[in-house]
Design a protein around this ligand. Structure first.
Ligand code: HEM
Length: 188
């Protein structure tokens, strides 16, 4: 969806020095632009065992004050080989003055999250304002997400989940590296 090489009149940009120029309100998240890959682990009290996964995440923009966000994950076996497709999600991070952030994220499991939070110094904290569920989706009451650029080429992610009647607690942690690591964007 966000491929910059597509023949569109207004293609998305994946880095700050490409055309179009990023909107000034993207400043607190400018280091997120690009494609990220890495692995993570997760679990939940309802699951017999924890799991490990790989993930690819892309943030792009079209010159307006929001990031287009797309993520797909697949489970890994004990040897690190791909096992099966897992979570996918797509959405929009709306950037407001002073780093205030609103995000809309949907998943093919029938879950739609509306989150709000704040972006500061490469860290974005988001918590759900509202979760909407398709009629057959699992019960999800709330999520909380923290994304942190621990260096210009490393994006760490922690996701807490309140679902199926349980209180908000850890579901996922991941560490992603910039696809073209080494050419990382310097943080302001
Ligand atoms: C990288 C992203 C994610 C991965 C790899 C992942 C992985 C998993 C796995 C492996 C399970 C066990 C069921 C299965 O085998 O499919 C699961 C369950 C579940 N996940 Fe996730 N998940 C991710 C993101 C999310 C998100 C964003 C939400 C909610 C907004 C979510 C909500 C749930 C719920 C509600 C369950 C079912 C719990 C239960 O019924 O016991 N997951 N997840």
């Amino acid at each position: 969806m966000n491929r910059p090489d597509r023949d569109l009149p207004f293609p998305d940009a994946l880095c700050p020095d490409a055309t179009p120029a990023p909107h000034p309100l993207l400043a607190p998240v400018i280091g997120y632009l690009g494609t990220w890959r890495g692995t993570g682990s997760g679990g939940y009290p309802t699951l017999e065992a924890g799991f490990t996964y790989a993930q690819e995440v892309t943030f792009s923009h079209d010159g307006r004050p929001f990031l287009a966000y797309e993520a797909r994950a697949w489970l890994l076996d004990a040897d690190g080989n791909p096992l099966r497709p897992s979570a996918r999600e797509t959405g929009w991070w709306r950037m407001l003055p002073e780093g205030r952030t609103e995000a809309l994220i949907t998943q093919p499991t029938g879950i739609a999250e509306i989150l709000s939070g704040h972006a500061l110094d490469g860290t974005v904290d988001l918590a759900t304002e509202q979760v909407s569920l398709a009629p057959t989706a699992k019960q999800v009451d709330a999520t909380r997400r923290r994304y942190a650029l621990t260096d210009p080429d490393t994006l760490e992610f922690v996701h807490d989940l309140a679902a199926v009647g349980l209180p908000l607690q850890h579901h996922l942690s991941a560490r992603l590296r910039r696809e073209d690591a080494g050419q990382g964007i310097q943080l302001p």
